[in-house]
Ligand binder design. Structure first.
Ligand code: DTR
Ligand code: CA
Ligand code: ZN
Ligand code: ZN
Length: 332
């Protein structure tokens, strides 16, 4: 379901053969030359109907939690945090990149400088898809300096990573090109994502059909908030949660407060999910979502107690599955 009106494509058809996903590009008209006279006339291969898995796979929350445990260990081995300019950030990026390289992604690290230190964005492209229609999903990978930043934003980083790995496991080959990103220095003012957008060529910027942002998606006293920036993206997430029978609310705490802001300001359709930060859960919200009224959604927001114990596994699981659903749905 492309986010914008589908352009007329003259792309070669891709075929999915039974017994798995074996993608062979059949280029109409490109038939091996046959010797004249004796051989039957060459028959142009009819483009096979392109098939992609209809449903996103379930994202195993245990896998997402394993990434969180690695982020926790990395922070413990590097001064207790994963902040911009500190060794724990680069170690976190190296971990994510290693997973993606092993799974067949094309990865690159984009450097920038801010607050006197070098910062890094990680950009991972899944080979295939229309380079002129790029669906992006991202999360900031940095923590604040006061702690390991597991909910904020290990949860978003881990869920985006595990969804990317699920794409590789499935051999998913959607119409659109898939790009997954992890941003540096979000906590210092959305620096990495702003740098990325500012340095896009106009063609590369125009190719982005949507950017999905995941920043705090496992809060311990969770709410289920959906960004309301782009109606089509919003509907994909709301329909997913309706299917679970989980009510959602529009995210109102963060307009401009996370990495989707730079994309939105550049005219890219954006969306995302959020489980809440320092605001207090109301009685009405507790009645529909469970948890504790009168307490913050995340009492460890930007604190040293934002550890692997500061994550609600149900919220993390649901949001990871919602992320995958949105990627599978919007990329087609
Ligand atoms: N800026 C995020 C936390 C945050 C606060 N409100 C929202 C709304 C939507 C996404 C994220 C947030 C941070 O501290 O990283
Ligand atoms: Ca799941
Ligand atoms: Zn955050
Ligand atoms: Zn934060």
């Amino acid at each position: 379901m492309p986010l914008r009106r589908a352009r007329l494509r003259s792309r070669p058809a891709a075929a999915v053969l039974a017994g798995g996903l074996l993608t062979a590009l059949l280029v109409p008209g490109a038939v091996a030359a046959e010797p004249a006279a004796t051989a039957p006339a060459a028959v142009e291969a009819a483009p096979a109907a392109r098939v992609a898995p209809e449903q996103a796979p379930d994202i195993p929350v245990a896998n997402v939690q394993a990434h969180l445990a690695r982020f926790q260990s990395i922070a413990a081995a590097n001064g207790g945090n994963r902040a911009h300019g500190r060794p724990g950030y680069r170690a976190s990026l190296d971990y994510v990149r290693q997973q993606l390289d092993a799974a067949g992604f094309t990865t690159r690290v984009q450097q920038f400088s801010t607050f006197g230190s070098i910062g890094y964005n990680l950009v991972a492209d899944w080979p295939g898809g229309d380079p002129n229609q790029v669906l992006m999903a991202g999360a900031h990978l940095d923590s604040v300096s006061s702690g390991p930043g597991i909910n904020d934003n290990g949860t978003g980083s881990a869920a985006v990573l595990e969804t990317a790995l699920a794409v590789a496991r499935a051999g998913f080959q959607p119409r659109e090109h898939l790009r997954f990103t992890w941003w540096g220095a979000e906590e210092l003012g959305l620096v990495g994502s702003r740098y990325y957008v500012a340095n896009l060529s106009s063609a590369d910027r125009a190719a982005i059909t949507g950017y999905l942002n995941f920043d705090m998606i496992g809060s311990p006293n969770p709410g289920y908030f959906v960004y309301d920036d782009d109606p089509q993206i919003e509907k994909v997430f709301k329909d997913f949660y309706a299917g679970l029978g989980v009510p959602t609310e529009i995210e109102t705490e963060g307009d401009g407060r996370s990495d989707h802001a730079a994309f939105k300001n550049a005219g890219v359709p954006v969306g995302g999910l959020f489980t809440g930060a320092s605001r207090t859960k109301s009685a009405a919200q507790a009645a529909k979502w469970g948890g504790t009224a009168g307490q913050p959604f995340d009492r460890c927001y930007h604190s040293s107690c934002d550890t692997t114990s500061n994550v609600n596994s149900t919220a993390l699981d649901r949001n990871s599955d919602a992320l995958a659903h949105a990627v599978w749905t919007l990329a087609e």
